[in-house]
Design a binder for this molecule. Structure first.
Ligand SMILES: Cc1cc2nc3c(=O)[nH]c(=O)nc-3n(C[C@H](O)[C@H](O)[C@H](O)COP(=O)(O)OP(=O)(O)OC[C@H]3O[C@@H](n4cnc5c(N)ncnc54)[C@H](O)[C@@H]3O)c2cc1C
Length: 447
């Protein structure tokens, strides 16, 4: 058995297959495991995460995996007031919803209710069967929001939320995709909330540890720095070719995001429907920035470290300090077209654009961090974007069914193929478990 990709999905699939007595090799393009989760050192043995990091209620599979691997969680710091910068004005507020004029708040609440009502009719495991699948899939999220949010401020905030979730601009996103993603998490609020939502908790020692500990368990079964280029399938099995590596397998689990999977040469080709799907799926563009200060100075000012801004380039910030609160770490996200624009600036320009933004929000103390880090996921060869691979209009309803359907002896895993918490670490874990089950079922290896 060969698993392509040593992100969470691939490693979980491999571990489950090995537990069932199969012999497995995991072939990974990068020189590290973890894919879209990666820890960065901030000194004194401490880390901050530059990729996926938060976990929350309902994310039962990633939480169970963390427990099994001995990785504990701690609550995301969110005491105090949040900040909102809108059209040059910075306000303080408490909770997920900022203090704005009542008619704007009413507008936001109304749209959130509409989303939650709509997701009840969108099954996350088969959104193409939703009663209005074609209609919802023919609208961009931008046009859907334009019709439903009456105030510009409500629209701006909802667009920022969708941008951070997807790394794409709302004009590039299918409404059906957003509803299906929210449906997979249980509600729209679950996607955006800290307390009770997907951002509630963090993993002590960082999210990449999950993959690192899985890889330790798997030992020599994980082969690094071997990008898979070609998978040829015949009646008896598959030949997998990577740079400097060749092997034959009985079945293959491809656990890489769909747009990257489509760069592998499949022989014979996978057929029109799968190809049409992967030609149209695209990764978002997200850049995650981290500034490290001696202390989380904002906490003393009664601030949570969370901010939403339309002032650019950063749209959202969070306190990402280690569990003991030292040093202070502020992270910020730059999403969509702005992330691509930002990547074209020089290193010094990028740093100063982000720190200017942090200073506008948190004051002068934010201007001079001891360490400044940035990961532009669109520039990463083996991710080519993030946080997730989303659907533009007209794709999910027509071709979505091909996302998980095995192609002969090739099985698909990865966060994008999950039906619960699609696009998240929890979804990645679930997809690895599902793909392993699929392989065992197909081979009749169950007792
Ligand atoms: C900035 C950012 C923030 C995020 N925030 C969160 C969050 O807070 N909470 C959350 O749950 N999720 C978050 N996510 C999403 C989460 O990180 C992913 O859903 C999850 O890690 C995906 O795991 P995966 O195994 O499906 O894919 P990946 O992690 O992408 O793993 C795929 C692996 O395949 C490898 N690969 C690619 N092509 C080839 C090839 N040809 N041959 C061999 N190997 C190949 C890659 O190198 C990679 O290691 C975030 C992601 C990003 C980028």
């Amino acid at each position: 058995m060969i698993v392509v990709g040593a992100g969470l999905a691939g490693l979980v699939a491999a571990r489950q297959l090995i537990a069932a007595g199969r012999s497995v090799l995991v072939v990974e393009a990068r020189d590290r495991v973890g894919g879209r989760t990666v820890n960065a050192s901030i000194g004194a043995g401490k880390i901050t995460e530059m990729g996926g990091q938060w976990v929350g209620p309902g994310q039962d599979r990633v939480l169970a995996l963390a427990r099994e691997l001995g990785v504990e969680t701690f609550p995301t710091y969110h005491e105090g007031k949040n900040l909102l910068e809108l059209r040059g004005r910075v306000r303080r507020y408490k909770g997920t919803i900022p203090r704005l004029a009542p008619h704007v708040l009413f507008d936001i609440a109304r749209v959130r209710r509409k989303v939650d009502r709509a997701i009840r009719r969108v099954p996350a495991d088969a959104p193409w069967t939703a009663s209005k699948a074609e209609e919802l899939d023919s609208q961009t999220l931008a046009s859907w929001l334009r019709k439903r949010a009456r105030t510009k401020k409500a629209r701006a905030l909802l667009e920022i939320a969708a941008g951070t979730l997807s790394g794409a601009d709302t004009a590039q996103l299918s409404t059906l995709w957003l509803l299906s993603t929210a449906s997979s998490a249980g509600s729209f609020d679950a996607l955006i909330d800290v307390e009770g939502g997907g951002q509630q908790d963090r993993l002590i020692g960082g999210s990449q540890q999950l993959s690192q500990r899985l890889a330790e368990e798997l030992g020599e079964a994980v082969v690094l720095s071997r990008p898979v280029r070609r998978i040829a399938q015949d009646g008896g099995g598959l030949d997998v070719e990577a740079d400097g590596f060749k092997a034959r397998a009985h079945r293959v689990v491809v656990a890489v995001p769909p747009p990257l999977a489509s760069r592998i040469a499949f022989v014979p080709s996978l057929g029109g429907r799968r190809d049409q799907l992967t030609q149209r799926m695209s990764n978002g563009a997200i850049t995650k920035c981290a500034a490290v200060y001696p202390e989380p100075f904002w906490r003393e000012q009664g601030l949570s470290g969370q901010a939403v801004s339309d002032g650019g380039p950063v749209t959202t910030t969070f306190d990402n300090s280690p569990p003991d609160g030292t040093p202070g770490v502020l992270i910020g996200f730059i999403a969509g077209a702005e992330a691509i624009r930002h990547a074209r600036r020089s290193e010094a320009e990028r740093r100063s654009a982000v720190l200017d933004c942090f200073e506008r929000l948190f004051g002068q103390d934010a201007a001079q961090p001891g360490i400044y880090l940035e990961t532009a996921w669109a520039e990463e060869e083996w991710s080519r974007g993030g946080p997730v691979c989303a659907f533009g209009p007209g794709v999910l309803a027509r071709y979505g069914e091909a996302l998980r359907q095995p192609a002969g002896r090739i099985h698909w895993a990865g966060a994008e193929t999950a039906t619960v918490w699609t696009g998240y670490m929890d979804g990645a874990v679930r997809s690895g478990e599902r793909a392993a089950e699929e392989v065992l079922d197909a081979e009749g290896w169950r007792l």
